[in-house]
Design a protein around this ligand. Structure first.
Ligand SMILES: Cc1cc2nc3c(=O)[nH]c(=O)nc-3n(C[C@H](O)[C@H](O)[C@H](O)COP(=O)(O)O)c2cc1C
Ligand code: SF4
Length: 503
């Protein structure tokens, strides 16, 4: 094959040379240049470069493979994927976010594309007496246990943690302004509070293991610092604090900020070396057992002036989680909320094994935490915020029915900002300026248009939740329980989520 390719380009080159000799016009000169470049490339591929065996065996032709590999995602998304098989978020779900964000037509023609007889198909049952959706209540939830002084009246849908660093400054500004316009909360992510978060929207200040915005570096180690934390926690727009243990996409691993995205500005906010990869440790330095953890929660609550303090994790070892909740009951002190993240959760950057194989999927984790809180009679004190691919109103209804009090959404809000699921968030090449620090790309995202979309997506999804509740004959969203959501089993019959998960 190698010799054939070399022979073909060589002959083409000679023919072009002859053509130019007899008809020396511009077109033929261009042909000769192309043929000469191809000949040189073939010689380089076949003899000079030694790293790629495929290129040595198939000069020039092997390069097409790299081009297709590079463009595989786009080819898949534009030409091959159908409405339901795209991952991680299929086209049907992406489209509803775009439509709601842009206030475009959001109805579908001709009937469902889902196979309603397939195993795993889920649905809710409606009533013969639907309610007026505009009168449905329960789109806000009061978060704060009896240990908290400044309870927060939260929307049932909020923006889940994503840091400035992982996202661009324009993305953060649009999210925060959208949160302000729509009256919901925006989680800072573990990178701390940046000026771009301070656009007037309510904030959930996340404290990760790197203590960015909540700590200092001592002998090269990040440690919690009361003063630094207090300065941020006491900001009026900070409504709640979230102590992060893990996130579903990389539980037990700790955050990763790729070197390219760790710009001068971000490194100052995080007090780290610029343009180096920043790995947060997998565990907290401030405590090492459940009793110490509860003391830390109380300390953080006190330092913030009594604001609600929550913990975020993806469920791992069930016994460990039960032991923790049991300790809450024993010492009669606890967080005000638990954010349960599913193993299917998103990330800017994570090791493959952790993304694919570590951590309990949301439904199982959520049900377990809910059951355990009930077992230790703490469900009234500790609210649950669930996150993991909540995109449309059915996702929200399902998670609320299984025990969540509110929902955190990350990737759907990225989609509302214009994310096209190019999946380059870890490369700093995000083509739409959402997950990059490249100045030119960041400029592509115009805050004053995207903030509106963030608000629209939130508000329209809340309306859709109310419409589904109303169709079910409910006048309050929280009246929907696991008894009202159904799934087709392997045997083909229909079982309520209550029967599946409460057994
Ligand atoms: C770009 C990106 C950055 C994230 N950064 C954080 C973070 O700083 N802290 C955190 O706890 N979770 C982080 N997450 C996880 C989300 O907060 C959320 O828990 C997870 O993506 C599940 O929600 P989703 O399915 O709606 O995306 C990040 C997710 C994405 C996509
Ligand atoms: S467009 Fe691609 S790179 Fe940008 S945020 Fe979306 S998935 Fe990440």
């Amino acid at each position: 094959m190698r010799n054939t390719i070399l022979a073909v380009v060589f002959v083409a080159n000679v023919l072009c040379g002859v053509l130019v000799y007899f008809i020396p016009d511009l077109g033929n000169y261009i042909l000769l240049i192309i043929a000469s470049v191809l000949t040189l490339l073939a010689i380089y591929d076949a003899f000079l470069q030694k790293k790629h065996s495929l290129m040595r065996a198939f000069p020039i032709v092997a390069r097409l493979r790299w081009v297709f590999e590079e463009e595989r995602e786009k080819i898949q998304q534009y030409f091959i994927e159908n409405d339901l098989n795209g991952r991680p978020i299929n086209r049907e779900k992406r489209s509803i976010v775009y439509q709601r964000s842009k206030k475009e037509i959001e109805t579908v023609p001709f009937g469902t594309q889902h196979d309603v007889y397939a195993k795993g198909y889920e649905f809710v049952k409606h009533s013969l007496f639907p309610y007026d959706y505009r009168k449905v209540k329960g789109d806000r939830v009061l978060i704060g246990s009896d240990k908290c002084i400044q309870k927060y009246n939260a929307s049932i849908i909020n923006i889940s943690a994503m840091s400035f660093g992982s996202l661009s400054k324009n993305a953060i500004m649009a999210l925060n302004q959208g949160a302000k316009m729509g009256g919901f909360a925006h989680n800072t992510g573990e990178g701390g509070v940046s000026p771009y978060h301070l656009q007037g929207g309510d904030l959930i200040f996340q404290v990760g293991t790197g203590y960015f915005g909540a700590g200092t570096t001592v002998n090269g180690k990040r440690v919690f610092d009361d003063q630094v934390f207090r300065e941020n926690a006491l900001r009026p727009k900070v409504k709640m604090i979230e102590i992060k243990f893990s996130q579903g996409a990389k539980p037990g691993h700790g955050g990763i900020l790729p070197a390219k995205k760790n710009t001068e500005e971000i490194s100052i906010i995080r007090s780290v070396e610029p343009f180096t990869r920043v790995d947060s440790p997998p565990n907290h330095d401030a405590f090492s057992n459940f009793e110490e953890m509860i003391s830390f929660i109380q300390k953080v609550r006190d330092l913030s002036g009594g604001k609600p303090v929550g913990i975020k994790f993806c469920v791992g070892d069930n016994d460990e989680i039960e032991e923790m909740i049991k300790t809450f009951a024993k010492v009669n002190n606890y967080p005000d909320f638990i954010s349960v993240d599913g193993g299917e959760g998103g990330t800017g950057s994570a090791p493959l094994e952790f993304s694919n194989y570590v951590g309990t999927p949301l439904l199982d984790g959520l049900v377990f935490v809910n059951k355990t809180l009930k077992k230790y009679k703490l469900k009234k004190q500790i609210k649950i915020i669930a996150s993991g691919k909540a995109i449309d109103a059915f996702d929200v209804v399902k998670y609320l029915a299984l025990g969540a009090d509110a929902i955190g959404m990350a990737r759907s809000f990225m989609l509302s900002l214009g994310c096209i699921q190019a999946r380059e968030c870890n490369l700093d090449t995000c083509p739409v300026g959402v997950a990059t620090q490249d100045e030119d790309l960041v400029e592509a995202l115009v805050v004053k248009y995207k903030n509106e979309r963030v608000k629209n997506y939130h508000n329209k999804t809340i309306d859709a939740v109310k419409e589904v509740a109303a169709a079910m004959g409910k006048n309050t969203i929280s009246d929907i329980t696991a008894r009202h959501v159904f799934r087709r089993s392997r045997a083909g019959d229909i079982i309520s989520l209550d029967e599946i998960y409460e057994r």
